[in-house]
Design a protein around this ligand. Sequence first.
Ligand SMILES: C[S@@+](CC[C@H](N)C(=O)[O-])C[C@H]1O[C@@H](n2cnc3c(N)ncnc32)[C@H](O)[C@@H]1O
Length: 436
Amino acid sequence: MNAIDDTVGDVFDLAAQRVEAATGLTFAGLRRRQFDAALDRMAGALGLPGAAACASWLLAGPWDDARSALCARFLTVGETYLLREPRAFDLVCDRARALLARGATRPLRIWSAGCCTGEEPYSIALALRRGVPQLPPERVDILATDLNDAFLDVARAGIYRRWSFRRTDPADLAAFFRPLGDGLYEVDASLRAQVRFANLNLASDVYPSAGTGTLAQDVIFCRNVLMYFAPAQAARVIARLRGCLVDGGWLVVNASEASTRLFDGFTPVFREDAVFFRKDALPVPAPAPAAPAVAPVVPARRPEPLPAAAPSARVPADAAAMDRVHALAQTAGREEALQCLRRAVEAEALSAPLQQRAALFALEHGDPALARHCVRRLLYLEPDSAFGHYLWALIEDAAGRRPRARSLLRDCRRLAGAAADAELGGAAAAWLERMS
Ligand SMILES: C[S@@+](CC[C@H](N)C(=O)[O-])C[C@H]1O[C@@H](n2cnc3c(N)ncnc32)[C@H](O)[C@@H]1O
């Protein structure tokens, strides 16, 4: 690189840093090339001669609405569809039923943060109308916010192409959408009336606040948004979202965003395709009768780290494989990370540490079938693994098989005692107590 290239590189770096500070969107690692390419397109929109000029424009003067709007337009990702990962909508219905059961008269408040073109908040309205028809529509308050005004315009119009309905039951399509011809469908007016759209930058500190209407939320959806933020920024957003929830309220993220260390003050609950985080505070509302028992947090002590200086070459290979999986989860997303994990699980079929870490990752990322496969391997290799029994109990509990989970926890407690692992034994005992 010559001196001019170096200078351009510096300007790009500074521009990326400024964009990250203002919008939360990070372009580290593999995503950096996307940023450089977007600068070119942004320059075109501004009538500037090229990416370097656009980077300089982003750096000059105070950060204003024009810069924010341009970044939102060119740097955000607009992938979404109706009734995506449907278990989250079951959670909303459970909350609505719990509110009704308590005889509360206040509205149920749901916030779709990073709502994109509106499919998510309309799905919430639809699921409630279908699942809890006894809750009057005027007692449902759905706030839907995004950084990108163009997305919000589409959301307010509430008109979607067939592709947005790729996971929608035809009965729901017929009941809640009006065909307009040319493959377009309009959201039913009464569902639209339940959703308030607004521009809100999650990287800013305007929330929680009464002015933004973000206080006392029962459930916040922030799915497929945090994956574009650096961990420190994601942690700040999560802390602010926590401040917006009622005690015992829920934060819903995508399974690949659910690195539990970012979610201080929450209890994670694993489901097949989602992870829900309950704001810790007492008293905690009783779970809905149909739901399986709330699974506890994986004990703070994670499975044994892979030995740093292992005698054989295989252990570092295990560590490297898991590092790759975690890096992919951050950059390419859950599916690719899980695919990489499946390969590693087969390549290192005789490595108990890898099977253990793989099981935990699969569980945290919403793939219980893979987690079960790894736990079986782990217990084949190390039948007395207390942590293996703990993970198995988590899987059984998430599947609603509580007696089996209880018996595994008792085994876990016994094995942890024999191995003098007081922390794990304590975690198993505490969970057993909560179950009884
Ligand atoms: C992939 S979409 C997710 C849509 C929806 N939540 C879902 O899961 O289907 C990500 C959304 O996050 C929004 N977003 C990105 N950065 C944001 C920020 N700093 N504040 C608010 N929204 C943001 C994007 O504009 C985009 O609409």
